[in-house]
Design a protein around this ligand. Sequence first.
Ligand code: PRP
Length: 174
Amino acid sequence: MNQISKKILFSRNEIQKRVKELASQISGDYAGRELVIIGILKGAFIFMADLVREINVPCKFDFVRVASYGASSESSGKVVMTKDIETSIKGRDILIVEDIVDTGLTLQYLVNWLKERSPNSLRICVFLDKRKRRKVTFEADYVGFTIDDGFVVGYGLDFDEQFRFFPDVYIIEQ
Ligand code: PRP
């Protein structure tokens, strides 16, 4: 990672194991139903791709783009939707897939946005939960790992658009 000092937080093997556990839980919870899985771009794309290939109930897919961080490591607190879903979710079972929940502002905004379209159910699966940094009350239904404060990259997570492609998750040492 060039000049930035980093330390592995979760290895690709740990991630793979946890993703399989989450997928198994989700598959059990939705047995006999069909899911519409909505990924939040850009960060969720790698987690979502791995997760859905381990889920064994039928799934359809859509994506939203919701940005909050801009080019810095601190949330601006402003949430902007730049790409909406393209399918009807009325009466459907929805699973939002996200890479990380931090302040909770992004997911709070998106959940409210999607609930207006009357889905049958709506749950959230996040890869990482930075629970202590919440600015709004928010609980995900499925959580890969809970982490402390600190800036993490890899497995879809970026720092100023860099490092998303790393197969492991690193914490940046300041
Ligand atoms: C990041 C992350 C979440 C959000 C979490 O997105 O992917 O969507 O911030 O922060 P919050 O809980 O404080 O709202 P970002 O805007 O960096 O976009 P990206 O997914 O393209 O990296």
